[in-house]
Design a binder for this molecule. Sequence first.
Ligand code: UGA
Length: 457
Amino acid sequence: MIAYATNQFESAGAQPPQISVIGTGYLGTTHAVCMAELGFQVVGVDVDDLKVAQLADGILPFFEPGLEELLRKNLEAGRLTFTTSFPAATTADVHFLCVGTPQRPDSPAADLRHLGAAVDALLAAQPKPGSLLVGKSTVPMGTAAAVATRLAAEAPEVLLAWNPEFLREGFAIEGTLNPDRIVLGLPDDPAARARAEDILRAVYASAIESGTPVVVTDFATAELVKVAANAFLATKISFINAMAEVCEAAGGDVKTLATALGHDARIGPRFLAAGVGFGGGCLPKDIRAFRARAEEIGAGTAVRFLAEVDAINLRRRARVVEFATELVGGSVPGRRMAVLGAAFKPNSDDIRDSPALEIAELLRTAGALVTVTDPAAIPNARRRYRELRYADTAFEAVDDADLVLHLTEWADFREIDPALLGGNVRNLLVIDGRNTLDAGKWRAAGWSYYALGRPNA
Ligand code: UGA
């Protein structure tokens, strides 16, 4: 049971701030729903009619455990609405800016078009004087200062804060309601700073009361915390994948190596799972945008290592393709391959920069007959990769397969009985690209089990 943050306003006889959330993608929808769950009156604004209509009907356009139930509950309670009309948002006291900042099609830099358009639309709708605009989108350093300059010129009564979001897909509700930390990037002017901090502390009162640390800082540091955190996580994953490459040459076992490293509390065991590497809508584009922006501001040398982090990550995908080719005897055309996994990680239907699908597509373009299965991501995969084949279950996907590739570590795949699955394939050959299948069990069932960075005897 969640203690509503708004209770404190009620007991003080004050009105809780009304909230608008601009951009109802993954981040914005989660934030809007969670703010409503805390008891605030929330309006979600987006330019996409279809998405807004779905959300208003209680349909979540993506897969996130528990979120659809919470969406419906708060719609029914009348605390949450969705609209395409920016003027409808202008009664809000706090506007959270949650639009996407994808990689630009023509360069590694972040595409800030949606952010610019959202600020344009909000300013055109004339937000209330004294209201607070809070940036949550992941942005290159200097973006908040640029937005502040616009506000100073066009809406000097509107305050600005930068408050990055660190939620992980699959854990989005928990990450929003009980974050590891709250970072508040605030303006330099003391009065504006104090007012923005007061408002945000009120909005996040329940998390703060339950002990979430608050880091108060300037705009640039707040922007940087987000990209630096993702750069660190990406580096940790690429570090262990680089060790997997070394293990392959030295005959070591990267899984045991990671376990041993993780026992050192300074290193820790998390984000040391070696395999086909990181994908998704955040880590890959964020490390590229970070490098691009650092170059622009004269700090490119400091983060040049991120090019290697990216290269190590992409090499793992190429390695799986090479490995698959070797295992089917050097010639891919006409070979039947089953790919278990399409989402960039389990418990998600997100296929953005998914290692599994990139590998499947590379094998298909090399001539393999590739069939992909995934518990949640097939509809999205079908729309993007039209020439791959799809199956509803692993048992159908592996039908007559020469090779099985396990590329997204859903629990469903871990629970498969390899002896039963073996009855459907042509060859008992599996590459475990995520190092999470029970190697002993698969081998005992007669499979030749191969993993990355581990002895394959
Ligand atoms: C990531 C960060 O973890 C969040 O803190 C951040 O807020 C978010 O990006 C964001 O910027 O919005 P997310 O993309 O949801 O979250 O996914 P992660 O759980 O970080 O996984 C990223 C990728 O790394 C996945 O493809 C996953 O399979 C891979 N991974 C993760 C590994 O290959 N090994 C690991 O040990 C951990």
